[in-house]
Write a protein that binds this ligand. Structure first.
Ligand code: FCB
Length: 449
């Protein structure tokens, strides 16, 4: 679509990052190890043996980084809190672990940028993992304690809270598929982890209300719409399994207070009785929140795979559409469909796109980074978002992933998602063409081309 596409006056334009991916300073201020420190130092887990020890050194460079944000013109900045800075070992609480965030938040306010804090973006303290991590129910109390300390330390200055980033990744991808820390391939632990993450989300929302804080709190889910490879009943059933696995397992408990009944038998076949849901849990998980955050990157197209006796028994089918540097299909209509589905099937709550963006093989040439594919990607997704808003959709904001290139988990520093280029040798930041383009979008409050 072309022509002018104006967003609502109060639309929140933002950018996002996460603690382990940018902060570095892994051994400063008494920080303890997280599961990502352990994982990234385990040979073979992260590409080229990269770690987050130094990352973008944002811990020391936050002041100039906030200046770049101000130059970009974002209204809000989404970052996450490193739990191991505050609870480095069992029984030890370091209030000073919040000092860095206090300084960062002060700078943000100074530049009129609203802080949006994610409580958990995957850097679980290693000592908690040693007790079973997210698959052990004790983690819920530890998380509550961390959330309470965060609310008390920062709650007056942060009006926007995200309890969890992408529970699917933190549970199924991390404890089941084994691609993320702690790198286990154990579906039983993975599904137990998913339940405890959701439960801790509900507990944090309740706590936030009890403390009488005045901001908004919600969760961020990564949703990957599934499409069937054909109209055959087998492929449609495959699509439903994929959807239950990727999306409904998290949406249903939060908005309907139950796990998808159609998929539960498969989960139990591979995990045995999960033995995880206690009385009151589903009420806690579905406690009303203030908004839904969604991270959107791509979709899946799936085909039934009867020969594959696994949890979902499907295989992905490639399409002819272009892909990003992650190999993820670019299909913005899936974002549009997803937004409508959320509205029709799940919620009227305000929705925020808390992450969207693209990896691109960027390089500095004559002092500039021409990342046209990223600009195209973001433009197309903003277009889809705009169509949804025009049709009455309650979409309130968009956070581009990511403000700067950073540690892309199992891919280390080999994938660049930033609109600011980071030279990891020198830590020099170079705003890319997409930075300048996004600044225009924000200034115009919409798309003009
Ligand atoms: C999401 C993560 C984020 C980033 C992007 C590319 O799954 O939340 O930290 O790695 O993917």
């Amino acid at each position: 679509m072309t022509g002018k596409r104006q967003f609502p006056d109060d639309f929140i334009w933002g950018a996002a990052t996460a603690s382990y991916q940018i902060e570095g300073a892994a051994n400063e201020g008494g920080r303890g190890p997280s599961i990502w420190d352990t994982f990234s130092k385990t040979p073979g887990k992260v590409l080229l043996g990269h770690t987050g020890d130094v990352a973008c050194d944002h811990f020391h460079r936050y002041e100039s980084d906030v200046k770049l944000m101000a130059d970009l013109g974002i209204k809000s900045y989404r970052f996450s809190l490193a739990w191991p800075r505050v609870m480095p070992e069992k029984g030890r609480y370091l209030e000073s672990g919040f000092d860095f965030y206090k300084r960062l938040i002060e700078q943000l306010h100074k530049h009129g940028i609203t802080p949006a804090a994610t409580i958990y973006h995957w850097d679980l303290p290693q000592w908690i993992e040693d007790e079973g991590g997210w698959s052990n129910r004790a983690v819920v109390d530890y998380y509550k304690e961390f959330a309470e300390q965060a609310f008390k330390a920062l709650g007056d200055d942060v009006p926007f809270w995200i309890t969890h980033n992408e529970p699917w990744c933190a549970s199924l991808l991390s404890y089941g598929i084994g691609e993320h820390a702690p790198g286990l391939k154990d579906w039983r632990r993975a599904y137990r982890a998913a339940h405890h993450i959701l439960l801790s989300h509900g507990e944090a929302v309740k706590l936030y209300r009890e403390l009488g804080l005045k901001g908004q709190i919600g969760i961020t889910l990564n949703l990957t719409p599934a499409y069937p490879a054909s109209d055959s009943p087998e492929d449609i059933a495959a699509q439903q399994r994929q959807d239950a696995f990727s999306n409904r397992w998290f949406l249903d408990p939060i908005f309907k207070g139950e796990y998808p009944a159609d998929f539960m038998p498969r989960v139990e076949r591979f995990c045995g009785d999960l033995n995880v849901i206690q009385p009151g849990d589903m009420e806690t998980i579905s406690v009303p929140q203030d908004f839904l955050g969604i991270n959107f990157y791509t979709r899946s197209v799936v085909k039934d795979d009867p020969a594959d006796d696994s949890l979902i028994s499907v295989h992905g089918v490639p399409t002819d559409n272009p892909v990003t540097d992650m190999g993820w299909e670019i299909y913005p209509d899936a974002l549009y469909d997803l937004l409508h589905r959320l509205k029709n099937e799940y919620t009227d709550l305000p929705i925020y796109i808390t992450e969207n963006g693209a990896a691109n093989a960027d390089a500095i040439v004559n002092g500039e980074v021409e990342d046209t594919p990223r600009i195209d990607y973001v433009r197309q997704h903003l277009d889809a978002a705009h169509r949804f808003i025009q049709e009455g959709g309650n979409l309130k904001g968009y956070y581009l992933w990511s403000l700067m290139d950073n540690f892309e988990w199992a891919f280390g520093y080999t994938k660049r998602f930033g609109i600011i280029y980071v030279d990891y040798e020198t830590q020099v930041r170079t705003p890319k063409a997409s930075f300048h383009w996004y600044r225009q979008v924000i200034e115009n409050n919409g798309l003009t081309d």
